[in-house]
Design a protein around this ligand. Structure first.
Ligand code: SF4
Length: 69
């Protein structure tokens, strides 16, 4: 499953890092690194992370193409 993080929107709250540490990683205070190709076993965690993101910066799967306009 593909994901996209809208990095300019991301505020570095790190909710996603806590919920899916194998996919999201925070370098320094505000630089988020992530793996855009999420393995199936991480998908539930990534969906939780997307739901928990305070600024809705994480787009998952079907939202990726819709959000990339
Ligand atoms: S939870 Fe959202 S705002 Fe926080 S680091 Fe992750 S993507 Fe960025």
């Amino acid at each position: 499953m593909r994901i996209v993080v809208d990095l300019p929107r991301c505020q570095g709250y790190a909710q996603c890092v806590f919920l899916a540490p194998e996919v999201f990683e925070l370098h320094g205070e505000e630089t988020l690194l992530y793996d855009p190709a999420v393995p199936d076993e991480q998908l539930d965690r990534v969906r939780q992370a997307a739901a928990a993101c305070p600024v809705q910066a994480i787009l998952v799967g079907e939202q990726v193409s819709a959000g990339a306009r």
